[in-house]
Design a protein around this ligand. Structure first.
Ligand code: CA
Length: 566
C-alpha cells in the first residue's frame, strides 16, 4: 500500500504554526481516499467519509473497501477478488471543529491510535466510537469476508481446497491493512504522525493482537490481548469435545441444567481450596471434584438435575478435556466452574473447524464415533493449523522495540480454555529465559471466575486498556490489576488480579470482599499443575507422543488418565 503524503492545510490554528499541523476536513479526507489505489466505496450509499459534528460520538469516519489481489494464483476461488472492508474513526480535527486537546493543536485527537479487534469469525466491521470518544483514532475490519460467508469463506467447495486467499485476509492481511490505514489516515487528516499505536482486542481480537505482535510487533507500542483464540484448531476441537462426548456417552442427555448443577457442586466442593469461600475457584486446575457424586440417590447429589451413571461419566470426560484413543491429553478442558455448551447441531464443528479440516462445507461430524475424535483433530491441525494457529512465541519485534503486551483470560471462560493462555505464556517464558526476562514487557493475568472476555461470577478487571497504556507511557508496570463486582452501582467485592504465576493470596484476616485483604504472591505453577500442561505432540494427536516443552518434563509427570474418566 502506498499513500500519498498529506496535502492541504485548510486553516491556521491560533498559536500553532501551520507548517506543523496541516489539518484537513473530513470531506477533504474523503477526496483524498478517492484518489488512493485499491480503494472503493463499500456500497453506493456509503460515502468514503462521513462527518458526525456533534456529541455524542462526534467523529470523522472513513468506511471503504480495499482490494489489491485475487483469483487462483493469489489463493482465492476462481474469479474471486480480495475485499477487505475497513473503518477508521477520527476525533474531529481543528477544521472540523474538534475542541483543542491541551496544547497539541490536533483538535479532539490525543495523538494516538487504538486498533480494535473482532470476535468469532468476524465478517462485519465493528463500531469505533469507544476509541474515538476517548480521543483515539479507532479502527476495525470485517477481516475480508461477510457474516453471511461464515464459516464457508475458508473453503473452495468446487475443488475441495482451502481458500488460502480469504484465510490469509482473515488471519493476517486484513489486520495489517487495518492498522496501516489507521496510521496513514491519521497522519493525513491531522497532518502529523500518531505518537502511539495500540491494539485492543479479546477472543478473536486477542488472537489478532498476537498475530500482529508476531508479524508486525515493531510497529506497535502496546497490545491488550484478551482470551486469545491463537491455538485455533485445538481450541475448536476442545469446544467440540463436550458435544461429542455427550452424544456418544450419554445420548445427549446431559442438559445445560444438569451440567450447571454439576458445576455448582464442583464449585461448592472446591471453593475453599484457595482459602476464601467466595463462589470462585482461584485455580480450577486444583479442583478434582468427581461428577459421580451427583449421581441420583448419592449422598449430596442435588434433588433436581442429578445425573445418571453415564451422564456422570460424560461430565467427568468434559471436565477432563480432549484425549485421544490411547488416553493422551490432546488439549485443555473447560474447567470446573466454566459453562461451555454441552451439545450442538452445528454440522461443521465449532466455527467451521471440521468443514475446514475436510475442505468440505457439507461435512458433518455427528455420525462419527468418539474414536474418530483424535483423527478429526489431527486432520485439522495438519491441514488448517499451519495457517490458522499461532503457536510461535517469537515476539522479538515487541521486545526489541520496548513495547508491552498485557494479556488476560477469564478463569471460567466457557469459549476459550484459559489454560491455553497459561500454555502460551509458559512457552514465552521458556523462549526468553524465564519470568524476570519477560515480565518487563509481557505480563499475563488470570481473572478467576470470569467468563469469556467479561462476565461470570468472578471480579471483573477494571481499566485494562488504560492500565496497559500507562505501562507503555510512564513505565509503571502492572504489579496487580483491580477487579470488582458491582451490584446496583455499588462495589460489592474487589480483588487484585496478579501477574502469572502469582495469585491473590488472602492475608488471613480482613474483609475477603476487599482487595486490601489480599497480596499478590505464591506460584501457581506447581509441579502438579505444570504436568497438567503437557499435551500430545502438535499434528500427531492420534499418538502417545508428547509435545516437548522447555520446563515441563513428561518423564517426571504421571500422565495416565485419571480414574473414572475413560
Ligand atoms: Ca474460592
Amino acid at each position: 500500500m502506498q499513500i500519498k503524503p498529506a496535502i492541504v492545510a485548510t486553516t491556521v490554528l491560533l498559536g500553532v504554526p501551520a507548517s506543523v499541523f496541516a489539518q484537513m476536513s473530513c470531506a477533504a479526507l474523503g477526496e483524498f481516499l478517492a484518489t488512493q489505489a485499491n480503494v472503493s466505496q463499500v456500497n453506493a450509499q456509503t460515502a468514503l467519509t462521513t462527518l458526525t459534528a456533534t456529541a455524542p460520538n462526534a467523529r470523522c469516519e472513513a468506511n471503504f473497501a480495499y482490494s489489491s489481489r485475487g483469483d487462483v494464483a493469489a489463493g482465492y476461488a476462481p474469479g474471486q477478488s480480495q475485499r477487505i472492508v475497513l473503518r477508521v474513526g477520527l476525533p474531529l480535527s481543528g477544521p472540523d471543529g474538534g475542541a483543542p486537546a491541551g496544547s497539541s493543536g490536533l483538535g479532539a485527537w490525543n495523538g494516538k491510535v487504538q486498533n480494535l479487534g473482532g470476535g468469532g469469525l468476524a465478517g462485519s466491521v465493528g463500531a469505533v466510537t469507544a476509541a474515538t470518544n476517548a480521543g483515539y483514532v479507532g479502527s476495525s475490519t470485517d477481516t475480508g469476508h461477510t457474516t453471511a460467508e461464515n464459516p464457508n469463506f475458508a473453503v473452495v467447495q468446487e475443488s475441495h481446497t482451502l481458500n488460502y486467499g480469504k484465510l490469509d485476509d482473515f488471519l493476517i492481511e486484513s489486520l495489517r491493512q487495518q492498522y496501516r490505514w489507521a496510521l496513514d489516515l491519521a497522519r493525513t487528516y491531522y497532518g502529523t504522525p500518531a505518537t502511539r499505536n495500540y491494539w485492543n482486542g479479546c477472543s478473536t481480537g486477542g488472537r489478532q493482537g498476537l498475530s500482529l505482535a508476531l508479524n508486525h510487533g515493531a510497529d506497535f507500542d502496546g497490545f491488550l490481548v484478551g482470551a486469545p483464540a491463537n491455538y485455533n484448531s485445538r481450541l475448536q476441537v476442545t469446544t467440540l469435545w463436550p458435544w461429542w462426548v455427550n452424544k456418544d456417552v450419554a445420548s445427549n442427555s446431559v442438559t445445560p441444567a444438569k451440567f450447571a448443577a454439576a458445576n455448582a457442586s464442583a464449585i461448592a466442593a472446591c471453593d475453599a481450596i484457595d482459602g476464601v469461600v467466595d463462589g470462585v475457584l482461584a485455580d480450577p486446575r486444583a479442583c478434582t471434584f468427581d461428577a459421580r457424586a451427583n449421581i441420583c440417590g448419592s449422598p449430596g447429589a442435588p434433588a433436581t438435575n442429578c445425573l445418571t451413571a453415564n451422564e456422570a461419566q460424560a461430565v467427568n470426560m468434559m471436565w477432563d478435556g480432549p484425549r485421544n484413543d490411547q488416553g493422551t491429553r490432546i488439549w485443555y478442558p473447560f474447567e470446573r466452574g466454566a459453562a461451555p455448551s454441552v451439545s450442538s447441531t452445528a454440522t461443521c464443528g465449532n466455527l467451521g473447524s471440521q468443514c475446514w479440516a475436510h475442505a468440505d462445507t457439507t461435512f458433518d461430524w455427528h455420525p462419527l464415533p468418539l474414536s474418530q475424535f483424535d483423527d478429526e483433530t489431527q486432520l485439522a491441525t495438519r491441514l488448517v493449523a499451519p495457517y490458522s494457529d499461532i503457536t510461535s512465541t517469537a515476539l522479538d519485534g515487541v521486545k526489541d522495540r520496548g513495547a508491552k503486551i498485557l494479556m488476560y483470560h477469564g478463569g471460567a471462560d466457557p469459549l476459550i480454555p484459559h489454560r491455553q493462555s497459561i500454555h502460551y505464556y509458559n512457552d514465552t517464558l521458556d523462549r526468553y529465559g524465564g519470568l524476570d526476562a519477560v515480565k518487563p514487557w509481557f505480563r499475563f493475568f488470570v481473572a478467576p471466575g470470569m467468563g469469556h472476555c467479561s462476565g461470570g461470577v468472578g471480579p471483573q478487571p477494571q481499566n485494562l486498556f488504560e492500565r496497559m497504556v500507562e505501562w507503555v507511557e510512564t513505565g509503571n508496570a502492572p504489579d496487580s490489576i483491580l477487579a470488582t463486582n458491582v451490584s446496583n452501582g455499588v462495589v460489592t467485592r474487589s480483588r487484585p488480579l496478579c501477574p502469572w504465576p502469582q495469585t491473590a493470596v488472602y492475608n488471613g484476616s480482613g474483609d475477603p470482599n476487599d482487595a486490601a485483604s489480599f497480596t499478590c504472591g505464591g506460584n501457581a505453577e506447581t509441579r502438579t499443575a505444570s504436568c497438567l500442561d503437557i499435551v500430545a505432540r502438535y499434528q500427531n494427536e492420534t499418538s502417545t507422543d508428547l509435545q516437548p516443552t522447555g520446563r515441563r518434563n513428561p518423564a517426571t509427570c504421571n500422565l495416565s488418565p485419571p480414574s473414572g474418566v475413560r
